[in-house]
Design a protein around this ligand. Structure first.
Ligand code: HEC
Length: 89
């Protein structure tokens, strides 16, 4: 149960992230957000956003990670990518 409690607010954040991703990803309906994450992000971030240690992608479901990253930072990250890492724009 502990995992579920931790995961719930994170899914909300992920939904916000995916809905704020600009039109680069085409028309996105709310119900398409999960699908979008699965098709565009999960190969690097894992199907549940926990990250993949081998490529150093972060664990979005960690409260520590959330505390260190503002919404603004996350939005800019997704819009522009992160130079010097595998994270694409
Ligand atoms: C090619 C692999 C790859 C794909 C595809 C990918 N990411 Fe990433 N992402 C990464 C890596 C690697 C990092 C860690 C970068 C670093 O070290 O700061 C990262 C970091 C992030 C971060 C955290 C940035 C920070 O401030 O540390 C967010 C948020 C993120 N990705 C969201 C997404 C979303 C949303 C998608 C899908 C639209 C996506 N990523 C697709 C590889 C990827």
């Amino acid at each position: 149960m502990k995992t579920f409690v931790q995961l719930t607010p994170c899914l909300g954040i992920l939904a916000i992230i995916v809905m704020t991703v600009p039109p680069a990803f085409g028309a996105t309906s709310k119900s398409g957000a999960k699908q979008l994450f699965e098709s565009k992000c999960s190969q690097c971030h894992g199907p549940n956003g926990k990250g993949i240690a081998a490529i150093h992608s972060p664990n979005f479901t960690s409260p520590k990670w959330e505390a260190e990253h503002s919404d603004q930072r996350i939005i800019s990250m997704i819009t522009n990518g992160e130079k010097g890492t595998m994270m694409p724009a």
